[in-house]
Design a binder for this molecule. Sequence first.
Ligand SMILES: Nc1nc2c(c(=O)[nH]1)N[C@H]1C(S)=C(S)[C@@H](COP(=O)(O)O)O[C@H]1N2
Ligand SMILES: [Mo]
Length: 230
Amino acid sequence: MDEPEKLDRIVEARMKLKARFEEKMRSTPSVADSKPMGKGSPNRHGMPVTPVGQTLTLKWPVLDLGVHPELPLDKWRLVIDGAVEHPLRLTWNDFMALPQTEDTSDFHCVTTWSKLNMPWKGVRLMDLAALVHPKETATHIMCYGYDTYTTNISLEEALKPDVLLVHTFEDKPLPKEHGGPVRMITPQLYAWKGSKWIKRIEFLTQNKLGFWEERGYSNTAYPWRNDRYS
Ligand SMILES: Nc1nc2c(c(=O)[nH]1)N[C@H]1C(S)=C(S)[C@@H](COP(=O)(O)O)O[C@H]1N2
Ligand SMILES: [Mo]
């Protein structure tokens, strides 16, 4: 498929996905919440800039299971499969040839630190979804990290425009300890929903629990309601 045709296909599929999830997105906590809990002036989403129970930090702590996988770019692959019409296995070059998005967003860790205004570059989850065409029955995704981490997220959250698979932070390659070469970010949910060293995105037809969700963390992970545990 040539490039313009591929882009047209993404644009069309993106519009269909938006229409399909519009209603559900409107009722997600970060859109429907009329009294978000937290302190400070409204952020770019109209939320108090510091969610309830969070403290701002300028540092960027490292939090993970302790394994930092070594992933040379020529060996790196990203698989997108499950309940989709066109499963994909991307190389680094395939991934970098997709439409690239720059965005600045915030990072809220469930262990109570938040880091604001982080400048990212990467590929929208929405654009990857548009490429693989989730089946009508798809409702969630499970993300898998190269370190064996897993985390689940509903499609209405995953398809938000600030959910990215990022490879660049502050104009430099994403450091390995923060999930480089590629990690996911979920700025409107607690940060454990974003898998570092992302390896696979599986579309699901029903919800399943990831690593922390199985251990009592919240399914929904919405920071402005202190939604830490289930
Ligand atoms: N693959 C993988 N992704 C992960 C984790 C992990 O252990 N493995 N930890 C999660 C948690 S609990 C948090 S708070 C953030 C931390 O990201 P950071 O180390 O870049 O601050 O990554 C999330 N993504
Ligand atoms: Mo975390």
